[in-house]
Write a protein that binds this ligand. Sequence first.
Ligand code: NDP
Ligand code: 2IT
Length: 447
Amino acid sequence: MVTNAPTLDEFMHGVVKRNPGEEEFHQAVKEVAADVLPFVADKPKYKEWEIMRRIAEPDRAVMFRVTWMDDNGNIRVNRGYRVQNNNAIGPYKGGIRFHPSVTLSVLKFLAFEQTFKNSLTGLPMGGGKGGADFNPKGKSDGEVMRFCQSFMTELVRYIGPDTDVPAGDIGVGAREIGYMFGQYKRLTNSFVGVLTGKGMEFGGSLIRTEATGYGAVYFMQNMLEAQSNSVEGKTCVISGSGNVATHAVEKINDLGGKAVTLSDSSGFIFDPAGINAEKLAWIKDLKNVRRGRISEYADEFGCEFHEGRPWGVECDLAFPCATQNEIDEGEAKTLVSNNCIGVSEGANMPTVLGGIEIFKDAKIMYGPSKAANAGGVAVSGLEMSQNSARIAWKEEELQKLLRDIMKDIHDNCAEYGAEGKHINYVKGANIAGFIKVANAMMAYGVV
Ligand code: NDP
Ligand code: 2IT
């Protein structure tokens, strides 16, 4: 069964042919295959077992109608999905996204990435992702509740605490997880850890809310420490103003950095004085309770608001924490020419492939999403462990576990990504994430 190793072009030709028009999925697979194919080329065992081809084909993807009634009595129809990419090393695990831009391609890219990310955490979790093209913006609590209940009424068939454990992502936070968990419990008459990111009263874990943003800053700190540098005194540009962005700012402040921007889909605020703890508390209330726009910050605190994205603001460190493809090639060049020395990705796949090449060529510290934002799903894994054991760990223990996991991910990426004195974290993350999944798949034979 010996086969010749395909070139990247040959491999991608097959992926594009089997998944026509799914550009985000092609992009995510290409980024990984570019590192993994050369790595397996002289390792017959991985090559012969066609591991990369198998990981790039989801185990299954389900699509379903979600019907619900709005406050005016209109019948609304959305499309729901769950993509179960790979469960070689544990139950499928990954968030649920509610956003009008959700398509099968977006969720396939996210489930594929999640497979490598979850492997990097060192915890037993496979990769999955789900969501719907539902737009929570401007909806009442009642509408969101009815949508979540209808979504779960269908999703319940495909998930379970040992099968597939969803969590939050864009548009899905504590409120939505509460509604979905309540409906799962009602439909199955079982109280189990089937979702993570739950409220503390019903099986949630301390620091899950903070974990992704904190983890992305820890990853940056680890990259800086490898060069005898630190976050202290650094000017930081952050995009987004949701869960990941606000907690990244919180940790930047803790470590003595200065966060000067946040954004949403309308534009960004630039606050040269820095977004301190008091301003951050105001933003969390704006986003989670009043559900307002980031432009209101500029009115409240008297700073600039601009349309577009924040990457033209001069900075030492950049933290994209909003969405995919939010740093294009031109913006990557701008960051480099403004002497930005490090990028840590809180969002999933925020940099286009051409932008990644620009960061690599400039040899700046670049922490790709599957490594840098793994702190969230890592604490989700710890929430699953606590639920299974029916115990709750203390905050200090969890804080330490998160820091240690992020350090291990960093060191693992550094080992596989070493290129002389420089560390190619993209290559390191792709290869380190691949090996564990590949070894498990080979143990199972041809499945
Ligand atoms: P939230 O819904 O809490 O916040 C999303 C933020 O990004 C909002 O400020 C939103 O602005 C902005 N945003 C979303 N879509 C767009 C867009 N198309 N253009 C511009 N801005 C946009 O989500 P999270 O903070 O949870 O997620 C942010 C990113 O982090 C995503 O890429 C997600 O996949 C990733 N991530 C999240 C994890 C988690 O634990 N939550 C874990 C790992 C990664 P607006 O309100 O205007 O839409
Ligand atoms: O992209 C991600 O890692 C998440 N949205 C979190 C997934 C999870 O299961 O906690």
